[in-house]
Ligand binder design. Structure first.
Ligand code: PLP
Length: 360
């Protein structure tokens, strides 16, 4: 069977050259006589894979030397707890910006550990926009400010990095990290589950400024302490070795593609093609304020929701899969991360136009 264009929000497509290399190395990684999944995480082979992946990620994102890069497990969802445990400080408070479903989960979890101030919310607008800088009612003395640069479910993205006047900025970049260059020095902590735009599920990347760690709330489990993982190079316990290896292959692929500037150009083009198609039609609709439209996740509805099932079925027959929208939003959602080829977006656009001609 031919490979499909898979528009899943996550786990999502991986670059074909990455899968091909993983296949070629499956039984024997570079003369070791082993699959990477069979290696000791403390052996020299895996240590070299791990170090190379970190070096390539640091190069791609130009991560400053005073930031630790951690390769953890537990998904972005564990970070919702780990962040307050490590950054909140006893009796402290944190500011959260509420722009969608993932923000809400992060807020609910942080409330278990201390005072959370929701300093801006777009819930009254059904999460269809990003708040402006002057809407953020930041709290003096907050331990950190948390936000979700790209809301994967609603398809809403901040078109700017919030200014927090020295308060550490914490960003859930699960669905946007590596989609374009960022200035890491603007952030106290960046985290991302890998399965959207980095690699296979099971790996969570945390990039944290080193002066922020080592002051956990009392009772923080050892495994939830960033300092433990930083001091042990993410090998306090057995790390997700195979996912780490594949993420490393993705980092190499991104370098081969010309790095994040080059990816940003392709990603902007892919997103524009889809939004232009939607906006040019009265059959398709996207509710998000144009400056805040996501490059990575494009939700859209059909004029007649009774056609949703037909749309999904016909798209699938053409090798365009997993377009069903999130259950909380309905309609369709096309996730177009780095590994979605531009040809996949072209095929979707052609299908949408043809479907509208026949059914609109
Ligand atoms: C997918 C996603 C999560 C949850 O990630 P898990 O790794 O499944 O815990 C959190 N935040 C955002 C923005 C996401 O896209």
């Amino acid at each position: 069977m031919a490979r499909v264009y898979n528009f899943s929000a996550g786990p999502a497509m991986l670059p074909e050259p990455v899968l091909a290399q993983a296949r070629d190395e499956m039984l024997d990684w570079q003369g070791s006589g082993m699959c990477v999944a069979e290696m000791s995480h403390r052996g020299k082979e895996f240590m070299s894979i791990a170090a190379q992946a970190e070096a390539d990620l640091r190069e791609l994102l130009q991560i400053p030397a005073n930031y630790k890069v951690l390769f953890l497990q537990g998904g972005a969802s564990s970070q919702f707890a780990m962040i307050p445990m490590n950054l909140l400080r006893e009796g402290g408070s944190a500011d959260y910006i509420n722009t969608g479903s993932w923000s809400k989960k992060a807020i609910a979890e942080a409330r278990r550990y201390g005072t959370v101030n929701v300093v801006a919310s777009t819930e009254a607008d059904k999460f269809t926009r990003a708040p402006a800088q002057d809407e953020l009612k930041l709290t003096a003395g907050a331990a950190y400010v948390h936000y979700t640069p790209n809301e994967t479910i609603e398809g809403v993205e901040f078109p700017y990095v919030p200014e927090t006047n020295g308060v550490p900025l914490v960003a859930d970049m699960s669905s946007t990290l590596l989609s374009r260059p960022i200035d890491v020095s603007r952030f106290g902590l960046i985290y991302a589950g890998a399965q959207k735009n980095i690699g296979p599920a099971g790996l969570t990347i945390v990039i944290v400024r080193e002066d922020l760690i080592g002051q956990t709330l009392p009772g923080t489990p050892t495994m939830f302490d960033y300092k433990i993982h930083a001091d042990n190079e993410s090998m306090y316990n057995t790390p997700p070795t195979y996912a780490w290896y594949q993420a490393g292959l993705v980092f190499k692929w991104l370098k081969d593609m010309g790095g994040l500037e080059a990816m940003a150009a392709v990603n902007a083009r892919k997103a524009k093609k889809l939004y232009d198609t939607i906006d040019a039609s009265s059959f398709y609709q996207n509710p998000v304020d144009p400056p805040a439209r996501s490059w990575m996740n494009v939700p859209f509805t059909l004029a007649n929701a009774e056609l949703d099932d037909t749309f999904i079925k016909e798209a699938k027959a053409q090798g365009l899969t997993t377009l069903k929208g999130h259950r909380s939003v309905g309609g369709m959602r096309a996730s177009i991360y780095n590994a979605m080829p531009e040809a996949g977006v072209d095929a979707l656009v052609a299908f949408m136009q043809d479907f509208e001609r026949r059914q609109g």
